[in-house]
Write a protein that binds this ligand. Structure first.
Ligand code: HEC
Length: 149
């Protein structure tokens, strides 16, 4: 490169580069809390709804218990968030009958297979399950009442 062409190159660079990063640009680097939670839901739908789909017509339709019900069981057994997430992550990463809290569904549906999500994704999903209200199947509340609350 001779001096002339490198000058042109430099000038072009100056024209293309933004001298000061705008606010929007720098915020894009760090996902906001809302984006992380959104990811949790996206991952949940991707990895768990195949079986734990809340859009079912009746209790006879399902191939796995609804996560809203599972969450209730875990919340009752583990009121502290740390215990809840540890127990659920432990099960989801490597499901076994011994770790299972709900022996009825294991009998009815068979033990859950290990999902194809990474450890990091499982943590995000379980955090989402613990912290947010989950979509319930439309038959869910009536079914729960039938069990005495
Ligand atoms: C291939 C179907 C399938 C997929 C995919 C699946 N599950 Fe399950 N899951 C089941 C079945 C069936 C049960 C009920 C039997 C059991 O508890 O193992 C269950 C039970 C559970 C339980 C209750 C375990 C207990 O204590 O008894 C949790 C928690 C759970 N699933 C979380 C998840 C999460 C989170 C995902 C997504 C990362 C997921 N599942 C994906 C089929 C699935």
């Amino acid at each position: 490169m001779n001096i002339g062409s490198s000058m042109i190159f430099l000038l072009l660079q100056l024209l293309v580069a933004k001298p000061f990063p705008s606010n929007e640009g720098s915020q894009e680097m760090i996902p906001t809390q809302a984006e992380l939670l959104d990811d949790g839901l996206t991952l949940l739908k991707k990895h768990c709804y195949t079986c734990h789909n809340p859009n079912t017509n009746s209790h006879d339709d399902i191939i796995a218990p609804p996560l809203a019900g599972i969450k209730k069981h875990y919340s009752t057994n583990y009121p502290e968030k740390r215990d809840f997430t540890e127990a659920m992550i432990g099960f989801v990463k490597h499901p076994t009958t011994e770790k299972s809290l709900m022996k009825g569904p294991v009998k009815r549906f068979g033990l859950m297979p290990k999902p194809a999500a990474t450890d990091q994704e499982i943590r995000q999903i379980v955090d989402y399950i613990r912290d947010f209200e989950l979509e319930k199947p439309k038959w869910f509340d009536a079914h729960e009442k039938g069990h005495g609350g």
